[in-house]
Structure formats: C-alpha cells, structure tokens
Design a protein around this ligand. Structure first.
Ligand code: WA2
Length: 281
C-alpha cells in the first residue's frame, strides 16, 4: 500500500508540473507569435509606407489595446537601426540625442529618465528606441546596442531572422530578472534562405518585448490555485553547470523533485521547470 501511495504521489507531482510547464510554454508561444506579428506591422506600415503610417502615438495606442494578446510580456518597443553616418541627421529630425544605457552603479547616483542619461558615445551603429508601449516608455531614445544582453540579441535576431531570447538579466526600472525577446524588422521581403549578410544589410530595426519573469510566472501560477500544494522554480539551464534561477525561492530541499522541460522557441537557450511538494508525506 505504501508503494502504491508513493507511486500516486510521484505521478501527481509529475502531472501537476508538466501541466504548469506546458501552460507557461504555451502562453510564451502565444505572445511570441504576436510580437512577430508586430514586427511585420512595423515593416508594413512604418517602412513600407511613405510617409509612415506609424508614429509614437499610434504605436503606443495599438500596443496598449492589443496587450491582452501578449500574456507574460511587460511591454514592447521598436528600436531603429541607425549607422554612425546617419546619426546627426537622425537626431536633428527626431529632436533628441541617442542615449547610452545606464549601468547598475550609475542608476544609484541618478534617476535613469531619458533626460538624465548621457549621449551615446561614438559607435559604428546604434539602435535607439523610437516607439514604445506606455509600460516601457523609459527606454525611448536609449541605444539598445549599448546594453550587453540587448546588443547580443539584436545581432543574433537580424542575422537569423528568428525570434531570439536573452539570458536572464536585470531589466531597466525593474527589481527582478527578466528576458528580452527580439525580432528583426527588414526593409525588403527576404527569401526564407537569405544569407546572414543579406539579412544584416536589409535590417531596418528591432522589435522587442520584455518579460518580467517572476511577476508574470507568479500571476500564471496564481490562476491555478495550487500554491499550497507545490513549490515551483524556473531555471535558465543554457549553461548546464551554472543554472540561473528565474523564478521561485532558492531551494535546499532534497525531497521528491519533478523536472519538466520548457521550450521557449530559441534553440540557443534551455529552460526547465522544477516542482516539489510543499508537505512531506
Ligand atoms: N526592454 C525593456 N526593458 C529593458 C530592455 C528592453 N529591451 N533592456 C533592458 N531593460 C527594443 O530588442 C529591441 C527591448 C529591446 C528591443
């Protein structure tokens, strides 16, 4: 009988964990598809029309009204590809200077509103945010290539044509670890077999979504009302020997553990959900 009960416990944990992992993965995939569609919207109505049919007001309203389509995201924004040779003309036309992203220690001495930020130092190219959802308006005018994680994402997104994810890092104006999803926006209709060089050449900008993982996973699990029963952790296990805890308290418990796989659609990143019972049998 004890064996039967133990087996039942095992299966209960496994199915609860798998269900939660599947829900998180599905909701992530739903928002990934909508972020992809937003990239096509910008390509069609901003780069494909002269004059452009999108400005900050249009983008802000449209992304706010369609926020329900992107569960788990805290905001979306569009950054334009600007070469150094185009910088002066770009800044004159838009009426502000391209800003450098603050590093952690700088944010302690000054409030990181765009007005307080330093101009971006000279680079070959920049990726200033020109449109944003209201929820991430603090990143407007910031050069996303001046942040390590954002820069890596931009380079990988435009060379691949796929949606790409950063490692977990502390997002601006957030106290939690988050991730950014990026799609490149191209100014020509590229064939599916376009080379990375052709893709980089045709790049017009970058559509990105930020995910504040702890608060969003919390919201998702809350809907399932299972918090009395199991403890959940989400890890980035890209580097198998140094997993990064993205959600949940650090665990020391060595009791029954279920690991459910998570696929967020970027083959370069690996994620897992770990579940444990709260109460010992
Ligand atoms: N969005 C929101 N908060 C952030 C952030 C970000 N990146 N980076 C650091 N904190 C416009 O990939 C292009 C969004 C970057 C897109």
């Amino acid at each position: 009988l004890d064996k039967k009960i133990a087996l039942g416990r095992d299966q209960t944990l496994a199915s609860m964990c798998d269900e939660r992992a599947r829900m998180l993965q599905d909701q992530f995939n739903v928002s990934l598809n909508h972020v992809h569609a937003l990239a096509i919207l910008v390509s069609t109505f901003h780069h494909g029309k002269h004059p452009s049919a999108i400005d900050q007001k249009t983008f802000g309203e449209y992304t706010e009204r369609t926020a329900f389509e992107r569960p788990l995201t805290s905001g979306v924004a569009y950054a334009s590809k600007v070469l150094h040779s185009e910088r002066e003309q770009f800044e004159k036309r838009i009426g502000w200077t391209i800003k450098k992203m603050e590093t952690e220690d700088q944010t302690l001495v000054q409030d990181c509103t765009p007005e307080n930020l330093d101009p971006a130092p000279v680079q070959d190219e920049y990726a200033p945010v020109i449109f944003s959802q209201e929820t991430v308006s603090h990143i407007v005018s910031i050069d996303m290539m001046s942040g390590k994680e954002d820069r890596e994402n931009i380079l990988r997104a435009r060379a691949s044509g796929k949606g790409v994810l950063t490692s977990p890092f502390k997002l601006l104006k957030s106290n939690h670890l988050g991730v950014v999803l990026t799609f490149a926006v191209y100014n020509t209709d590229l064939p599916p077999d376009a080379t990375p060089e052709q893709r980089i050449e045709a790049t017009a900008g970058y559509l990105g979504a930020s995910y504040d993982v702890p608060s969003l996973v919390e919201k998702l699990l809350h809907q399932l009302a299972s918090k009395q029963t199991i403890v959940v952790n989400v890890y980035d296990t890209t580097n198998a020997s140094a997993p990064i805890n993205m959600y949940g308290d650090e665990v020391t418990d060595t009791g029954l553990l279920r690991i459910s796989s998570l696929d967020f659609g970027d083959p370069l990143r690996k994620h897992e959900m770990h579940c444990r019972f709260k109460q010992k049998p």
